[in-house]
Design a protein around this ligand. Structure first.
Ligand code: AMP
Length: 550
């Protein structure tokens, strides 16, 4: 068993097996099955390159054999930082086949985040793109390996590949299966009750939290999501958001589409024209998207230039879909939508096809399973609130984790004694088991569905030599929903501009760009609550008011 992993209690393991939720297959076995079933069909398409299921199977097996040859083993960790390209898919499935745990990192992560993952998970491998935007991931990997000798291998997609690093293209050209039997892979079978994938939580603490998803629960996650969203062999899933995100990887995303024999189109950018062109060229039928992107597409002046009539469904999740925006999806894009309230930690709510309009517009859906996705809405004393009243949403079920990896102290706060995950979301129950998200009590910023921990950014801001104290809060944004605003008290009330601060955070602290503050407000003092904490509610109100007047 992987140390630091919180397993499901025995009684729940028995129950989830008996009820057929868990089938005790590894994600690698699921992979072999769908590859065997759909061999001649197209599995992937990216920038005009088509990959059949047969080719996908061969490449994944070849890469897995190379991983074994290099000495990687079951339960090793691999930081998977590849963008939307076929190499992501090859590395992901080669890893999970062997039981190597991919850490679903983002290309946007920088030294601060990757160092933490390398150190905290003791990762042995890092997979990076050779060229991606203007950032050198290979330099990043080299810097981190200098500090973290446990990070022994860097796998690079594309060219050029720097000295001592391993070219994924070369591995894929080297037909190792002609020298080493494929049966070798059978010796590497992870326990389906153990973590298959490490997802990341924006978290509410100084460092991101690692979410261990097991083979059993992750398979259930994508299979049931695919059923609810009607993914079939005829589906063409367009993925423009980072494919490593839980939403794109598994809800139903890449995994749920391949499981059903459909085609996955990896779109390398979220740029409106790139997306519209991909929908037209690839005849995409279904796409996961946060509301922020949906709004951009719908408002684009370029929309009329493209034939997007193939699009049947958008899956809107990651942030609240405003009912006014929701109403326009049908008329503007000519397709239907499912609302999704999801979380890397597991629990998924979906609106269903045929839901009455008020449910569709005003709620984020109902849990995937009738009774075993357990939900509670509670007050600050953990007492259930009367039906229909707002409170914190607590969740437990066959694909919701029981603890973050290696975080025993934090887990005591983030989970109830009986294993419910405290989502930090404030929700109401609507007509039975539908929920409406009304806000949150967790200290995060939801920037176009990318979650930012306020405390994490505050710790970096506090390192600035001019900063005496600060608070990082959400300010409203018409497209992204929220952006981060830094309220700062400077030493001796010296001036500090946004550029000064973000320059420092980028160059000295090396944090991902999406986490940077987009506004700085200087204050002589920060408002406090009665119990002596910084009053963030008041700060959010202040900045929202101020923005209205600009
Ligand atoms: P992540 O694990 O990054 O997907 O973040 C999960 C969190 O995103 C949830 O706990 C919510 O706070 C937020 N979230 C996801 N989907 C929605 C939605 N449809 N409406 C409102 N908030 C959402």
């Amino acid at each position: 068993m992987l140390e630091g992993f919180v397993p499901y209690p025995e009684a729940f393991v028995t129950k989830y097996r008996q009820k057929g939720y868990w089938v005790d297959k590894t994600l690698g076995e699921e992979f072999d099955e769908f590859v065997g079933k759909y061999r001649g069909r197209t599995a992937l398409s990216c920038r005009g390159e088509q990959v059949t299921y047969r080719e996908l199977g061969e490449r994944v097996n070849r890469l897995a054999l190379h991983f074994v040859r290099l000495g990687l083993k079951t339960y090793d960790r691999m930081i998977l930082q590849l963008p939307n390209q076929p190499e992501f898919v090859y590395c992901y499935f080669a890893a999970v086949k062997l039981g190597i745990i991919p850490i679903a990192s983002l290309p946007a992560h920088q030294d601060a985040e990757i160092s933490f993952f390398a150190q905290f998970t003791n990762a042995r491998a890092h997979a990076v793109p050779s060229g991606y935007k203007s950032f050198s991931h290979q330099e990043l990997s080299r810097r981190i390996r200098g500090r973290q000798p446990n990070l022994e291998f860097t796998f690079v997609s594309g060219d050029p590949v720097e000295k001592d690093f391993i070219s994924i293209t070369e591995l894929l050209h080297d037909r190792i299966e002609e020298r080493v039997s494929l049966e070798t892979l059978e010796q590497y079978r992870p326990d389906p009750l153990q973590p298959a994938v490490f997802q990341l939580s924006g978290g509410t603490t100084g460092v991101p939290k690692i979410i261990p998803r097991t083979h059993n629960d992750y398979a259930l996650n994508f299979k049931r999501s695919a059923e609810i969203t009607n993914v079939t062999m005829n589906s063409v899933m367009g993925i423009a958001i980072p494919v490593s995100h839980n939403f794109a990887l598994c809800c139903p995303g890449l995994s749920g589409t391949l499981y059903n024999g459909g085609k996955v189109v990896l779109i390398p950018s979220t740029g409106t024209e790139d997306v519209l062109e991909a929908i037209q060229e690839e005849k995409i039928t279904i796409m996961p998207t946060p509301p922020a992107l949906l709004i951009r597409w719908m408002e684009s002046g370029e929309l009329h230039k493209y034939d997007i009539s193939s699009l049947e469904t958008v899956l809107a999740g990651g942030a609240r879909l405003n009912p006014e925006v929701a109403k326009k999806v049908g008329p503007v894009l000519g397709c239907s939508y499912h609302q999704n309230l999801g979380m890397g930690e597991g629990m998924l709510f979906w609106s269903r096809k045929g839901d009455p309009e008020d449910l569709l517009l005003n709620t984020q859906g109902a849990p995937m399973f009738e009774e075993d996705d357990e939900i509670r809405i509670v007050d600050e004393n953990d007492k259930e609130v009367p039906a229909g009243e707002p409170g914190e949403l607590l969740v437990r079920g066959p694909y919701t984790i029981r603890g973050y990896y290696n975080s025993p102290e934090y887990n005591k706060r983030a989970f109830t004694k009986d294993g419910f995950y405290r989502t930090g979301d404030v929700a109401r129950i609507y007509r039975g088991r539908y929920v409406t998200v009304e806000g949150r009590i967790k200290d995060t910023i939801n920037r176009g569905a990318e979650k930012i921990s306020a405390e994490e950014v505050e710790n970096h801001i506090l390192a600035h030599p001019l900063v005496e104290n600060c608070a990082f809060v959400a300010m409203p944004d018409p497209v992204l929903g929220e952006k981060g605003c830094a309220f700062v008290i400077t030493k001796g009330n010296q001036p500090l501009t946004l550029e000064d601060l973000t320059g420092f955070l980028r160059k000295q602290r090396h944090i991902a760009v999406f986490k940077l503050p987009e506004r700085v407000e200087l204050l002589a003092e920060l408002p406090m609550t009665k119990v002596g904490k910084i009053d963030k509610k008041e700060l959010r109100r202040m900045i929202a008011e101020k923005l209205k007047t600009l």
